[in-house]
Design a protein. Structure first.
Length: 316
């Protein structure tokens, strides 16, 4: 039985914007990236597209912003693998090198006429509203809306996704981190006041709270749909389990039968409950696999339900 697979990063929304043709050239550029970075770029683009819809952006801006998101990490192709894929925390010197992927990506786009319109993706996605981001340390008034959206999408996927060098963090915990990043840092506020600088930025966090709210809405919708998909799969799996468990009952009766005639009767009964590619010899392993899958998926539903309860209570 084929399992219904839920994909948080489903390209269905993107296809509704006919982006495949528009982005063919841009997507080919991503071929130079390592598999983890490429997947991350695709994920961020999908989330960005969903966020734009939730934020009621125009179709044209959504298309533009999504392509910017696809290209946001294009500069990482020139970051040494020893730094890009380092399993441990980067040193200060290595982090400075890593940060250059923003300006490198910007230069790549600006030097290519087809990519030039989307240079905002690479250059702005690590800027923070309170001025603590990079490469320019811009503040809210100077960071384009597309940069603010891509930042939230990028941060979400970077934290929640599994990497080759770290385990992922749960969705609700990831959202808590993003929410925390919408709040001003008290120490920054004190520092700015002490230096008699403009206090406005001290009231800001790193992330735009409106965009984070939109992300929470998207995550709730997707989590509920994931629960629905898994539940539908389990409902269909119940019939298969019931059929194979019935075969097992007949085998138990066959093994306890006293004469050959009854044994043969129950053997034929077992075969009645078997379908294509299932035999008397292999159905036990098939049943065991399905029972294990059923238990795992039920556990996953329980986990997602507990997560969604937490997520629905989150306040930005």
């Amino acid at each position: 039985m084929k399992e219904v697979v839920f994909d948080f990063y489903s390209p269905i929304v993107l296809k509704s914007y006919n982006l495949d043709k528009t982005m063919q050239y841009q997507l080919n550029i991503l071929g130079s990236l390592d598999v983890f970075t490429r997947t991350h770029c695709e994920n961020v683009a999908n989330i960005t597209c969903r966020l734009c819809e939730r934020l009621h952006c125009t179709k044209g801006f959504t298309e533009y912003c999504t392509i910017c998101a696809y290209l946001h990490d294009i500069g990482k192709q020139f970051i040494p693998p020893s730094i890009l894929q380092k399993p441990a925390k980067l040193t200060d010197e290595e982090y400075e090198v890593m940060k250059t992927h923003t300006t490198i990506g910007y230069d790549i786009c600006m030097n290519d006429l087809k990519l030039r319109p989307y240079a905002a993706g690479p250059i702005y996605h690590h800027e923070a509203l309170n001025g603590s981001g990079y490469p320019k340390g811009l503040t809210k008034k100077d960071i384009p809306y597309e940069g603010q959206i891509i930042r939230v999408a990028d941060e979400f996927d970077a934290i929640v996704s599994k990497r080759q060098y770290k385990s992922h963090i749960g969705i609700s915990d990831t959202l808590k981190i993003l929410i925390e990043n919408t709040k001003p840092l008290q120490q920054d506020a004190n520092k700015i006041n002490a230096l008699n600088k403009v206090v406005e930025n001290a009231k800001l966090g790193k992330n735009n709270p409106t965009i984070v709210k939109a992300l929470i809405s998207v995550v709730i919708e997707d989590t509920e749909y994931e629960i629905y998909c898994i539940t539908e799969y389990l409902n269909s799996l119940k019939d298969t389990l019931k059929r194979l468990q019935k075969a097992r009952e007949y085998e138990e009766k066959m093994n306890s039968a006293k004469n050959e005639k009854k044994k043969q009767y129950f053997l034929e009964g077992i075969k009645v409950f078997l379908e294509k590619n299932e035999t008397v010899e292999n159905y036990h392993s098939i049943l065991e696999e399905y029972e294990t899958t059923f238990a795992q998926k039920q556990k996953q539903i329980d986990y997602l339900r507990s997560e969604i309860k937490i997520i629905k209570k989150l306040k930005v």
